[in-house]
Design a protein. Structure first.
Length: 147
């Protein structure tokens, strides 16, 4: 009986961990989400991979997190040898496309942090889609040196 109980606990923990790593609503899957906090500031960046498993273009039109008073999709690019960042109103993901938000490119900018999260902490993110759908994903805080 103890073995069955232990097995059940392991399965539940595995399912909870899997839920944190991958979130899916309809055709959009969000996975491998993580956050990097800039020490001494009230901003952080979130990174993740988005997969459109459907047959229509999806639009991510907003981002929210209880960790920040403001969140938005940003894109970093190199212009005349200078790194520049600009906000994106929406992020279009074509059918079958995988979009990776990563350091030095697309990312979620979290501004006005309500507190400084610790490395290893899990932080909820909510992506809003153009059709009103929501994708909830949990991002793990990594050290500043993480790539």
């Amino acid at each position: 009986m103890r073995v069955i109980h232990l097995f059940a606990v392991i399965v539940v923990l595995w399912l909870v961990a899997a839920d944190c790593a991958v979130a899916q609503t309809g055709d959009l899957t969000a996975e491998s989400a993580w956050i990097r906090v800039v020490p001494g500031s009230n901003v952080a960046s979130a990174y993740l991979t988005l997969r459109n498993r459907g047959n229509r273009t999806l639009r991510v039109t907003g981002v929210a997190s209880p960790l920040a008073t403001h969140a938005m999709i940003h894109e970093t690019s190199l212009q005349n040898g200078q790194s520049q960042m600009r906000a994106r109103d929406e992020l279009k993901i074509q059918p079958g496309q995988v979009v990776t938000l990563s350091p030095g490119g697309l990312h979620v900018m979290l501004q006005g942090l309500t507190r400084i999260p610790a490395v290893g902490e899990s932080v909820p993110l909510v992506l809003t889609l153009g059709d009103g759908g929501l994708v909830r994903v949990t991002a793990v805080v990594r050290p500043l040196t993480a790539q």
